[in-house]
Ligand binder design. Structure first.
Ligand code: PMP
Length: 468
């Protein structure tokens, strides 16, 4: 039902948009173009439904930024935050202070993540989790007598946040351009993309090729100089690239053999997104470190985590001068309100039936996407759990994309808005979908009806047709 209290008059909306254009810098946006276009102001949400400031109802097929896994408007999550704010809104984790929710959350995370991970450092989000992982790894090798191990390897098209080091592990051009990245110690190997990789869609060949490129890169740098391999189990911002089953395990095994740390970035895939609590669970992978965020608090408040093994923890702890602090931390590390929210969100996944729902409706999600494979615009369909994508091509045989001058992504996004559907585009030709894990089959049907309309309208445009 429309929440009329949130609907602005045209005058109010214009005034707010004016303030936005004049003052608010938007993350990952073309700044000047945004000033011309103005903001899309979202004002309320319930379940998978969003309402904008002008009262338009939208089905959010992207769970915010693939983070609102429990859906909008979960009252018990709001209550957890309110109660913690009343009792104790802030407690530092510095020195030897702690709060009960932070302690319980660390224990809970150790319980539910792979058995190799025994310690949790609580951050403010994914970028900080990655940044902390890098700093801890540097400290680990310095403290354990292998200070030459300073090179990091990650995947082309990977995304690991936008901190000054994380953005260099990221391998998407806009995060490097103008920022003097990647660093000389950051290296990338090809993305395991079954649709685009030269080994084709043969799973065994693709896995072997990935392992071979990791080995080759380590050999080139010298194993004694390589610290770690970072990867996402499914590459999210790079275009929802789903490697074949067995890929993650093969890379973990290779990293172990090569004597480099294996770091899994589960910021997107964690907390049920791919059907298991963590993507590592599906293949029995035991990483050395794991980065988390997003679904940890479902976006209700900011929080992330850097999980590590006892070996890494002990290497850092025991190699530091006795009694000296390990100099890493932030005012809001282990924030008690975020921790209280995270505990309630995890309870909803486990006891509130949300993970079970995600598993139940995944087949309908996969079928809806698969049905679009025959659409003239669709070259590839990718899906695991409630994470999916369509790759659009102008020619299915050659897999050729569209000329960026067509501005297809912006146009599809605008069509989505017109038809009441929010999704995400990656580059000019990949559309991503990651609805709340609470989505029902009936809501998935609405999603796909609207998505079909978007694709059909795009195809009806003369310049798009002419490009095909
Ligand atoms: N790692 C991955 C895999 C991500 O997808 C993201 C965010 N999209 C990050 C790290 C960074 O997280 P944040 O935006 O919370 O800083």
């Amino acid at each position: 039902a429309a929440d009329h209290a949130n609907i602005a008059t045209p005058e109010q909306h214009a005034a707010l948009a004016g303030l936005d254009r004049a003052h608010l810098i938007h993350p990952v946006a073309p700044w000047r173009r945004h000033e011309e276009r103005g903001p899309t102001v979202l004002s309320s949400g319930h379940g998978v439904w969003l309402q904008d400031a002008q009262g338009r109802e939208l089905l959010d097929a992207f769970a915010g930024l693939w983070c609102v896994n429990v859906g909008y408007g979960q009252e018990s999550v709001v209550q957890a935050a309110v109660e913690q704010m009343r009792r104790l809104p802030y407690a530092t984790g510095y020195f030897h202070f702690a709060s009960e929710p932070a302690i319980r959350l660390a224990a809970k995370l150790v319980e539910i993540t792979p058995a190799s991970l025994t310690r949790a450092y609580l951050t403010l989000g994914g970028s900080e989790s990655v940044d902390a992982a890098v700093r801890f790894i540097v400290q680990y090798y310095n403290n354990t007598g292998r200070p030459a191990k300073k090179h990091f390897i990650a995947l082309e098209r990977g995304y690991h946040g936008s901190s000054s080091t994380g953005a260099g592990l990221t391998a998407l051009p806009v995060f490097h351009r103008g920022f003097d990245l990647p660093l000389a110690t950051q290296h990338h190997i090809p993305s395991p993309n079954p649709y685009r990789h030269e080994s084709g869609s043969d799973a065994a060949a693709l896995i072997a090729a990935s392992v071979a490129s990791l080995r080759a890169k380590v050999a080139q740098l010298g194993a004694e100089n390589v610290a770690a391999f970072f990867c996402e189990p499914v590459q999210g911002s790079g275009g929802v690239i789903v490697p074949p089953r067995g890929w993650l395990k093969a890379m973990a095994d290779a990293a172990r053999e090569l004597d480099i740390l294996f770091v899994v970035d589960e910021v997107i895939t964690g907390f049920g997104r791919t059907g298991t609590m963590f993507a590592c669970d599906a293949e029995g992978v035991q990483p050395d470190l794991m980065t988390l965020a997003k679904g940890l608090t479902s976006g209700y408040v900011p929080m992330g985590a850097t999980m590590m093994s006892e070996r890494v923890y002990a290497g850092i702890a025991d190699g530091a001068p006795a009694g000296q602090p390990i100099g890493h931390g932030a005012t809001y590390s282990a924030h008690p309100v975020s921790a209280a929210v995270a505990l309630e969100v995890i309870r909803l996944y486990e006891e509130g039936g949300i993970l079970a729902n995600a598993q139940r409706v995944a087949a309908r999600f996969a079928a809806g996407l698969a049905a679009l494979r025959s659409h003239p615009l669709v070259g590839d369909v990718r899906c695991v759990g409630l994470l999916g994508a369509l790759e659009l091509v102008s020619d299915k045989a050659s897999k050729r994309g569209f000329d960026p001058a067509l501005g297809l992504a912006d146009r599809l996004f605008a069509l989505g808005y017109q038809h009441g559907l929010v999704f995400r585009s990656f580059g000019d030709h990949v559309l991503g979908f990651a609805p709340a894990l609470t989505i029902t089959e009936a809501e998935l049907d609405v999603l796909f009806v609207r998505l079909c309309r978007v694709l059909d309208d795009a195809l009806a445009a003369p310049d798009v047709r002419a490009a095909m």
